[in-house]
Each structure stands twice: as structure tokens, then as C-alpha cells.
Design a protein around this ligand. Structure first.
Ligand code: GRG
Length: 331
């Protein structure tokens, strides 16, 4: 199925995202130009801006909305992207990552200590902006940062553990990824002062989309090309992060051949063979099915609301997500 690009459904989104870019860069200005440069590094590198996009689209689900974001919605969009950025700075330190968003990672360029501090600075700016939007938004963003930490700790606890359960995997991605996408949509609804039923539906949408998004990200790590990933397929296994298709392969008859390959000293040959085993046994298709069911749940959450730029944009984003992974998995 070929789905519509969400940006075509919400024509006002591109101009709103330009406003987000300007405010993102302004928000990380420090009295120290050196910190400004480090904090702006990954903003300038790009990124898909899914979280600000959700915040803006969620607000645009308001009855009669023309889709154009208010100044407060742009602030909300900036605050959720800053939290995402802060988590990327810290994540790259943990993984010793060399690249991010196609450029040199902050830790590779400036070292771990400055990457950690600049990540803290981004979170501080996010909190400052959120507090200007009211206590509810500030509290929600703070509890979401805690959820990200919980999800990440749950991942670390099972690194290189071939006995990691599917439930432990799902709880981890719920925290490290779905929580912020749920919050991005919810904050859009709160700031736009939508009815509470609609805010709950938007939260469910963002959460279900977030679960699908991480499963898709994990599938892509196994099926995308090295050129697309900027690293060889199977990198997560090399890092000891065993994701849904790998866990299902481990639980099957193929487990006996796969398990000995999954070590903290995996060679390039081990990695290639492990990818072959996981990709050859139908576990990719199974994981894509899981992503599809979360994406369907996301779309369903919005089906009580009349069609309009916001609802249509969010639904198109969910359909587009599954479409893109199906295309990659079918290659
Ligand atoms: C300090 C907030 C904070 C958290 C600490 C490091 C950590 C705990 C959590 C890691 C969270 C994390 C990096 C989850 C992965 C989420 C994910 C799928 C990132 C990629 O998102 P995209 O594809 O990236 O939207 P772009 O670059 O397009 O924005």
C-alpha cells in the first residue's frame, strides 16, 4: 500500500516546523558561546522532528482549526524536541556512538564530559520552556524524562542477556520511546485546551505510535542497508540489545544456532550470520505485524474525531510508518 506523506495532508506543518527550527536554536543560546555551539550541534544536523510535528498536529485536531500553530504550541513543540535531543546526547555517550543524524556525534567531537553537560543543558532549557506553559505541562515533561530513564535502565539491565523476555523488551520501549511520543501529542492537546476525552485519545495515539515506531526502528536495524543505517545491519545485536525479532528467533528452534553468536565479542562474520538467521525465519515479518497492530491501534484512537488537518496528519503518519518498514523488509 502506498500511503500519503503526512506533510501533504497538513500543508501548514512545513511553515510551523520552520518556526520550531528558529526557536530551537534560540532556546539553546547560552552566555557561553562554546556551550551554545555544542548544544546546537544536533539541532543543526537535522532530524525528522516527529515529536514537534505530533505536538502541532495534536493541537490542530481542535474543532475548526486551520492547522496553524499558536506561539504556545510552537514552544511546546520545542520543549519536547529538546527532551528528545537531551536523551540523544546521553544515549550516544552510553553507546560510544560515532555518528548521529549523519554527522559526528557530540561525544565523538567534544568528549563524553561535555556531551553529558550539554545534554543536561538541553533538558534544563526544555524544563524552562515547559514551565512557561503551566504546571501541568512542566510536571508531565518531568515525569516523561523519568520514564525515559526507566526505559533505558530496563534496556541496560538486559544487555547481552539472551534470556531477555519479550515483556521486558516491550516495557523498555514503552519507557524509552513511546512515553515521549505520547507526551508530545498530549501536550499539544493540553496547550490547545482540547476536551479531556480528546486529550486522552491523543495520548493513546502517541503511545501506540511510539510502540510501533521503536519496533520499526529495531526491524530496520536488521534489514536496512549499511548506507541507510550508517552502520552495518545487526548493530543492536553487537551492542547486546536483543530486540523483538531476535528474541523470537532465540525462543525458536533457531535459538541453538543463534545464541552462541550473541556475545560481547561478536565478529563481523558472527553478526552477518546472526542477521541471516533472524531475517530468514519469518521473525521480521512477525515484528512488522506487531508494529502494524500498534499503528492500527493508534489510528483507531482518533476515529471518533472528525476528519481535519490534525487528525488526518496523525493518521497518515501512522500509516506511513508501517508502509516504510514493509518496503524495507520486502527487499
Ligand atoms: C536524559 C531524557 C534523558 C534520558 C536519559 C539516554 C536515555 C535516558 C534514554 C534513551 C532514549 C532514546 C535515545 C530512545 C530511542 C528513541 C529513538 C527511536 C530515537 C530516534 O528517534 P528519531 O528516529 O530520530 O525520531 P531523529 O534524529 O529523526 O529525531
Amino acid at each position: 500500500m502506498v500511503t500519503t506523506n503526512p506533510l501533504d495532508v497538513m500543508p501548514t506543518m512545513s511553515a510551523d516546523l520552520v518556526r520550531v527550527e528558529g526557536e530551537l536554536l534560540a532556546s539553546v543560546t547560552s552566555q557561553d558561546p562554546y556551550l551554545t555551539e555544542i548544544a546546537g550541534h544536533l539541532i543543526k544536523a537535522g532530524g525528522k522532528r516527529v515529536r514537534p510535528g505530533f505536538c502541532i498536529a495534536a493541537a490542530a485536531t481542535a474543532a475548526g482549526s486551520d492547522g496553524v500553530a499558536t506561539a504556545d504550541i510552537i514552544k511546546a513543540a520545542v520543549s519536547v524536541e529538546l527532551v528528545h535531543l537531551g536523551s540523544l546526547y546521553h544515549d550516544d555517550v552510553m553507546d560510544d556512538a560515532i555518528t548521529r543524524r549523519t554527522v559526528e556525534s557530540v561525544n565523538a567531537k567534544w568528549g563524553n564530559l561535555k556531551a553529558i553537560l550539554a545534554g543536561d543543558f538541553l533538558l534544563a532549557r526544555a524544563s524552562e520552556i515547559a514551565s512557561s506553559l503551566g504546571v501541568e505541562v512542566a510536571g508531565l515533561l518531568a515525569s516523561t524524562i523519568a520514564r525515559l530513564c526507566e526505559g533505558q535502565v530496563l534496556e541496560l539491565r538486559f544487555t547481552y542477556d539472551t534470556a531477555r523476555t519479550e515483556d521486558a523488551y516491550l516495557r523498555s520501549i514503552d519507557g524509552k520511546t513511546a512515553a515521549l511520543l505520547a507526551t508530545a501529542s498530549r501536550i499539544g492537546g493540553i496547550v490547545a485546551e482540547l476536551p479531556s476525552e480528546q486529550i486522552e485519545a491523543l495520548t493513546t495515539f502517541g503511545h501506540a505510535y511510539g510502540m510501533a515506531f521503536q519496533v520499526v526502528d529495531d526491524v530496520l536495524d536488521l534489514v536496512a542497508t549499511e548506507a541507510e543505517l550508517g552502520k552495518p545491519a545487526g548493530h543492536d545485536m553487537e551492542e547486546g540489545v536483543y530486540t523483538l525479532p531476535v528474541l523470537r528467533a532465540l525462543a525458536s528452534d533457531a535459538g541453538d544456532e543463534l545464541r552462541p553468536l550473541l556475545t560481547d565479542h561478536m565478529t563481523a562474520d558472527d553478526r552477518a550470520r546472526a542477521v541471516e538467521i533472524v531475517a530468514g525465519g519469518g521473525w521480521i515479518t512477525g515484528a512488522v505485524e506487531v508494529a502494524r497492530s500498534h499503528a492500527a491501534r493508534a489510528v483507531e484512537a482518533l476515529d471518533r474525531f472528525p476528519s481535519g488537518p490534525g487528525v488526518d496528519g496523525l493518521s497518515a503518519a501512522a500509516a506511513h510508518l508501517v508502509d516504510s518498514v514493509e518496503a524495507a523488509a520486502a527487499r
